[in-house]
Design a protein around this ligand. Structure first.
Ligand SMILES: Nc1ncnc2c1ncn2[C@@H]1O[C@H](COP(=O)(O)OP(=O)(O)OP(=O)(O)O)[C@@H](O)[C@H]1O
Ligand SMILES: [Mg+2]
Length: 254
């Protein structure tokens, strides 16, 4: 099995820049394991360190102490084994859907490349929009392009940083189902940051509730409801309440 992520005493301190910007501890002693093929969501207060943790898994910004391993190998730099759908917009406006998806692909033979890009266009439901430009796409469609681009190198792990945060509720729930369909087809490890408790309960095997900065894992909530999950079912609501309960301690302090 591939896609096993292990965190061992992970800490991240951003150094001080000047007197007005002192050092910031973003991650504090994170020790956990994410299983191959597991879908984990990270949920926690704004500014706690969730993006920092994803960037560390991606090898973009390394821990200052401790280590993160992928399949028993320490992560020290970005690799094609880990795909990333970023929090902010990352499509190139001057490239078409097809070209944006092809951009990250590391294959030289032209004909392989074309058929592989088309496979991912189809996988994310953008068949027929290959030649459209990002400004002609809805927010949901733009995120599909981002997901296809992150998947095209066939990573073992897909990281998603609030991928549906800017979408309306209807599009959002549609995209959640589509992401689950992709997970069903590929069975790769997925780690997703969200602020939406319902989204976390709908998607995850486990939910990591993070503390305010510096981020630690406050609690891990198991979510083994059978799929398809019904958002209104008593079991679903019970897990939602369990997650909210984790954060009530902080809410009272505000
Ligand atoms: N490159 C950096 N240099 C200095 N400080 C940073 C840097 N990146 C992040 N931080 C700080 O680390 C803390 C955690 O940031 P991070 O972006 O990981 O939070 P987050 O949980 O993703 O927040 P949000 O939910 O708002 O996206 C914040 O206080 C942020 O200002
Ligand atoms: Mg963030």
């Amino acid at each position: 099995m591939v896609g096993l992520i292990t965190f061992d005493q992970v800490q991240k301190v951003f150094p001080a820049q000047d007197e007005e910007h002192p050092s910031v501890e973003a991650l504090h002693e994170i020790t956990a394991q994410i299983e191959p093929g597991e879908f984990v969501t990270l949920i926690g207060p704004s500014g706690s360190g969730k993006t920092t943790l994803l960037r560390a898994i991606a090898g973009l910004d390394l821990p200052t102490q401790g280590e993160i391993k992928l399949d028993d190998e320490q992560i020290t730099k970005p690799s094609r084994k880990v795909g990333f759908v970023f929090q902010e917009a990352t499509l190139y406006p001057w490239l078409t859907v097809f070209e944006n998806i092809a951009f990250g692909l590391r294959i030289n033979k032209e004909h392989d490349r074309l058929s592989q890009v088309q496979e991912y266009v189809d996988l994310v439901g953008l068949t027929g929009f290959e030649h459209s430009y990002p400004h002609n796409l809805s927010g949901g469609m733009q995120q599909r392009v981002n997901i296809a681009r992150a998947l095209i190198n066939e990573p073992e792990v897909l990281l998603l940083d609030e991928p549906f945060g800017a979408l309306d509720a209807f599009t959002r729930s549609k995209m959640q189902q589509e992401l689950l369909d992709i997970w069903e087809k590929r069975k790769i490890t997925m780690v997703m940051v969200t602020h939406d408790v319902e989204e976390a309960v709908f998607l995850s095997h486990r939910i990591f509730a993070m503390t305010p900065r510096p981020a630690k894992i406050q609690q891990i909530i198991e979510d083994d409801l059978p799929r398809p999950r019904r958002r209104g079912s008593p079991e679903f609501i019970q897990i939602k309440e369990q997650v909210l309960e984790t954060f009530s301690f902080y809410a009272k302090g505000i």
